[in-house]
Design a protein around this ligand. Structure first.
Ligand code: SF4
Length: 375
């Protein structure tokens, strides 16, 4: 299949791998930002094929994983309310809150519906003027344009019964927070190609300069990941720290200007709490004052709700590249995709689910080698 097969070609993969082995002389820790990249790495065994000196650690770029528990609990409270139609993408329905998840609220009679676009939720608000329709707006810069469009459209139509529960986070502040931590191990980044499709890559230039880390905008196919690693290792070995764009077939330097403009109109930058990491200044989005009548936290008065994360889940350390999922005592024992304790196991982009699904080495390290590894 054109534009797919060539990015999964074994001969090209071997050539890039040979070059990575050839240029690597020292140990390096490289973080892929996005959970989609983590799954591609584990699924294709890329981590097993690299030189021993290269360690890949898995970043916080899984929106479901970094959505704080209290935001899930706010969704549960709203979804259980009278005259509410609560809408979400399917991946949020099984994410456990403190006591239940959205599927349980639905089984108890709540009107919880999966939609495929926030504009579907706007259409529901149009058709159901006597109901309050809420969309769970979770995500990074990638989903922000669609959510901004939904709010802009509802506002234009005067649909006061439409609101969104915002849980939007931004990648560059999280990258900076990890680099400025005293526990940081990351020496180079594979930036998330889809985020850069919207935002471009200019905002990474000051980060690369300030922290002296190479940042390579990278796609999601095996060849993309391998080439992104090669470019990063070359920079690390040469002592350079610039931004390079491996994903140039998709990403432009300025990103998608109309999408960025719409985000800038509807949202404003705010502090945001990241699950397991804590609050990072200016790392999220909330609705701009003009659109706050569509802010579900205000409409349903749930902004004061606070809860603590479960102590046994170390997903915060996993998301900062400090630990691997198999170092968690609950991994594949009390925590599995069927019985997830944390969002990194329930999410299809989560690092814990990636190790559970694809990585036999992790099971060996966790002393679980006798169990089935090809789940
Ligand atoms: S294995 Fe489960 S409990 Fe452990 S870090 Fe991952 S999600 Fe949390």
């Amino acid at each position: 299949m054109k534009y797919l097969d060539e990015y999964r070609n074994p001969e090209i993969a071997r050539r890039i791998l040979d070059e990575i082995h050839h240029v690597t002389t020292k140990p390096w820790v490289i973080m892929e930002i996005c959970g989609g990249q983590t799954h591609s790495i584990l699924k294709n065994g890329i981590d097993q094929l690299l030189p021993e000196q290269i360690e890949l650690v898995h970043g916080p770029g899984c929106p479901v994983c970094v959505t704080p528990l209290e935001q899930i609990d706010k969704a549960l409270v709203i979804a259980a309310g009278e005259d509410v139609i609560f809408t979400s993408f399917g991946d949020m329905l099984r994410v456990p809150g403190s006591e239940k998840d959205l599927l349980m609220v639905k089984s108890e009679g709540g009107d919880v519906r999966i939609v495929y676009s926030p504009l579907d939720a706007v259409a529901l608000a149009r058709k159901n003027p006597d109901k309050k329709v809420v969309f769970f707006a979770v995500g990074f810069e990638t989903t922000a344009p669609n959510n901004a469009m939904a709010v802009w459209q509802a506002h234009r139509e005067g649909l006061k019964n439409f609101s969104i529960l915002v849980s939007h986070v931004l990648v560059p502040p999280a990258m900076e927070a990890l680099l400025s931590s005293t526990r940081n191990r990351v020496q180079g980044y594979l930036a998330a190609g889809h985020v850069c499709t919207v935002m471009g890559w200019e905002e990474y230039i000051p980060i690369a300069e300030r922290y002296k880390v190479p940042i390579v905008v990278t796609g999601f196919e095996p060849m993309d990941i391998l080439e992104g690693i090669l470019l990063t290792v070359k920079q690390l070995e040469n002592g350079t720290a610039t931004v390079e764009n491996q994903y140039s077939r998709i990403v432009q330097r300025e990103g998608n200007r109309p999408a960025r403009d719409l985000i800038g109109k509807v949202f404003q930058i705010s502090d945001r709490k990241w699950r397991g990491i804590g609050e990072i200044p200016a790392s999220g989005l909330t609705l701009a004052p003009k659109y706050q009548e569509h802010d579900a936290e205000i409409v349903f008065d749930v902004s004061a709700l606070k809860v603590d994360e479960p102590a046994e889940c170390i997903s915060g350390e996993v998301l900062q590249g400090l630990k691997k999922p198999f170092e968690c005592a609950a991994f594949d024992t009390t925590c599995t995709p069927q019985t997830p304790l944390g969002a990194t196991m329930v999410s299809t982009e989560g690092a814990c689910s990636a190790y559970y699904l694809y990585d036999s080495t992790s099971l060996k390290k966790a002393g679980l080698a006798s169990q089935e590894t090809n789940k």
